[in-house]
Design a protein around this ligand. Structure first.
Ligand SMILES: Nc1ncnc2c1ncn2[C@@H]1O[C@H](COP(=O)(O)OP(=O)(O)OP(=O)(O)O)[C@@H](O)[C@H]1O
Length: 468
C-alpha cells in the first residue's frame, strides 16, 4: 500500500500492543514502518540504512532507548528521534529531552497527537537537517469563513503588541498555528518561538522545563538546564493546554509574569524574562476558576486578549478549501500521484462529524491520499474511511464475511456468539494497548463505562482465553 518512497519510520517498543497500534496508524497515514522489539535489532537496522524518523521506548528488555538515542545523535545527527515513555519514567523522560530527542510522547498517548508529532519531526528534518525545535517551516492558516476572517483580523490587530493572548478552542482547531502566526507577525519574529505542552509533561518536570534548573538541583540533574523561559528569551513562549498546569506552578508562573524575573530551580541567580506569553486551552478556564482549579489572577494576566477559534462544525464552508489543501500536501509529502476530490466527496466531507476538528480532517485527507484507489477520491471513500482509524473497515468486514462463509460451510451453529466474543476481545485489547492498560481511558475510548469494561474483560477472558 505504501509508495516505495514513502518516508520510513522505525518503531522500537517491546510492548506488542503499542507497536501494533502505532504502526497501524502510521501505515494508514502513508508511512512505511519497521517494527522492532529490541534495541539490538533496531541498532543493526540503523547501521544499515537510516530511516526518516525513529520512535523509541525508554525501557527495553535488552537495553536502554536513551543509550540508543545518544548513539543516534552521534552517528546520525540529522535523524529526528521521538521518545515514548510512561509517566513513571520521569527521570529518563527528562534525560531524553536533554539528550536531543525531538519530542516525546508520554504514554498513554493519543494517536492523533502522535501523528502530529511525527509530522512535525519529519517537517523540521526536511526544512533543515537537524533544525532545532520550533523552527519548522510555517504552515499557513487557511480559512475564508466569517469566523475565521474575524480570527485573522484579531491576529492582525494584536500581533505587533506585546499583549498576552489566550487562545481558546477545541482540540485541533489550530491554536498552535495561531500562536505561531502571532509570533511571525510580531517584532519578536527574529527571536525564538518556543512551545511547551503543559499536558504532555509530567507535573514533576514542568517547573524545571519552564524555568530550568542548576546542576544538582534534584536527583538526575547532572548539568545546568536552561528552561523554556530562557530559551524563548526575546521571543514568544507558547503554553499549550494551560488548563492542565498544577496550581503550585500556576502561582510560580503568575509571579514570573508579574515581576518579569525568575530563578532556575535550585538557582540563586535572578534572571530577567523578556518573553511574550501566549497561552492556549480547550477547557473552560472560567469554570475551572469557579471550581478553584485555576487561579483567577493568572487567568486575568493571560487573558488580556482572547482569540476564540471556532470548531470546524461552525465553519463547514471552510472544509473543502482545507481538504483540498491537505490532500495535495499529503500527496506531495508522500510522493504519491496527485489526487482530487469528486464534488460529491467534498459534500460528504463537509457533512462529516469531526470532533477532532482540523487535525482530524487533515488525518482523514492523508488517509484518502494513501488509500483511495485511482486519482479521484469518491464520496464512498470518505464514507467508508470517514470515522477515525476506520480505513481498515472494509477489509475487516470482508474478513469477517469470509470467516462466516467458511464456518457456515462447516455447519457451525454458534457463529453469532463466537463473532461477538471475538469482536469484544479485539476491541478491548486494542483500547487497552492504546491506553497502556489504563482501564478508565480505554473505557472512554470505547464509549463504555469503566465498570462495563471491567465486566466485559472478565467475561471475555472467561469465554476466550487470550493467546500467549
Ligand atoms: N486554519 C487552518 N489552516 C490550515 N491548517 C490548519 C488550520 N487549523 C489547524 N490546522 C492544522 O491542523 C492541525 C492541528 O492544529 P493545531 O495543532 O494548531 O491545533 P490545536 O488547536 O493547537 O490542537 P490541540 O489543542 O489538540 O493542541 C495542524 O496540523 C495544523 O497545521
Amino acid at each position: 500500500m505504501n509508495a516505495p518512497s514513502a518516508p520510513e519510520i522505525f518503531v522500537l517498543d517491546d510492548d506488542r500492543g503499542v507497536r501494533f497500534v502505532l504502526a497501524a496508524a502510521l501505515r494508514e497515514a502513508g508511512y512505511a514502518v519497521r517494527e522492532f522489539a529490541a534495541v539490538d535489532d533496531a541498532a543493526r537496522a540503523l547501521a544499515r540504512a537510516a530511516p526518516a524518523l525513529l520512535l523509541t521506548d525508554v525501557r527495553l528488555p535488552d537495553g536502554d532507548g536513551l543509550a540508543l538515542l545518544a548513539r543516534v545523535k552521534r552517528e546520525l545527527p540529522a535523524l529526528p528521534v521521538i521518545v515514548m515513555s510512561a509517566y513513571t519514567d520521569v527521570g529518563s523522560t527528562a534525560a531524553a529531552y536533554r539528550a536531543g530527542a525531538f519530542d516525546y510522547l508520554a504514554k498513554p498517548f493519543d494517536l492523533d497527537q502522535a501523528l502530529a508529532a511525527v509530522r512535525r519531526a519529519l517537517d523540521s528534518a526536511a526544512a533543515a537537517p537537524a533544525a532545532p525545535r520550533g523552527e519548522e517551516t510555517p504552515a499557513a492558516l487557511l480559512g475564508e469563513s466569517a469566523p475565521m476572517r474575524e480570527v485573522f483580523r484579531l491576529i492582525g490587530r494584536v500581533a505587533a503588541s506585546d499583549l498576552s493572548v489566550l487562545i481558546v478552542g477545541e482540540t485541533g482547531t489550530g491554536k498552535e498555528l495561531v500562536a505561531r502566526a502571532l509570533h511571525r507577525e510580531s517584532a519578536r519574529r527574529e527571536r525564538p518561538f518556543v512551545a511547551l505542552n503543559t499536558a504532555a509533561i509530567p507535573a514533576e518536570l514542568l517547573e524545571s522545563e519552564l524555568f530550568g534548573h542548576e546542576a544538582g538541583a534534584f536527583t538526575g540533574a547532572a548539568r545546568r538546564h536552561h528552561g523554556r523561559f530562557e530559551q524563548a528569551e526575546g521571543g514568544t513562549l507558547f503554553l499549550d493546554e494551560i488548563g492542565d498546569m498544577p496550581l503550585a506552578l500556576q502561582t510560580r508562573l503568575l509571579r514570573v509574569l508579574a515581576g518579569g524575573e525568575f530563578y532556575r530551580v535550585g538557582g540563586r541567580e535572578l534572571l530577567r524574562a523578556d518573553v511574550r506569553v501566549i497561552a492556549a486551552t480547550h477547557q473552560d478556564l472560567d469554570a475551572k476558576v469557579a471550581r478553584g482549579e485555576f487561579r483567577a489572577d493568572l487567568l486575568h494576566r493571560l487573558d488580556v486578549v482572547r482569540i476564540r477559534l471556532p470548531a470546524l462544525r461552525e465553519r463547514r464552508e471552510d472544509i473543502p478549501l482545507l481538504a483540498k489543501h491537505f490532500l495535495a500536501a499529503a500527496a506531495r509529502e508522500l510522493k504519491l500521484p496527485e489526487k482530487r476530490f469528486a464534488p460529491a466527496a467534498l459534500k460528504a466531507l463537509a457533512a462529516l462529524d469531526l470532533p477532532g476538528n482540523v487535525r482530524q480532517l487533515e488525518n482523514l485527507c492523508r488517509r484518502m491520499a494513501v488509500i483511495a484507489p485511482g486519482g479521484t477520491v469518491l464520496a464512498e471513500d470518505i464514507l467508508q474511511g470517514g470515522a477515525p482509524a476506520s480505513a481498515a473497515g472494509s477489509d475487516w468486514s470482508d474478513a469477517l464475511r469470509a470467516w462466516a462463509d467458511a464456518e457456515l460451510a462447516r455447519g457451525a451453529h454458534d457463529l453469532h456468539a463466537r463473532a461477538r466474543a471475538m469482536l469484544e476481545r479485539v476491541l478491548l485489547d486494542a483500547a487497552l494497548a492504546a491506553h497502556h492498560g489504563h482501564r478508565q481511558h480505554a473505557a472512554a475510548a470505547l464509549g463504555l463505562g469503566r465498570n462495563t469494561l471491567t465486566r466485559k474483560l472478565g467475561a471475555s477472558r472467561r469465554r476466550a482465553p487470550r493467546k500467549p
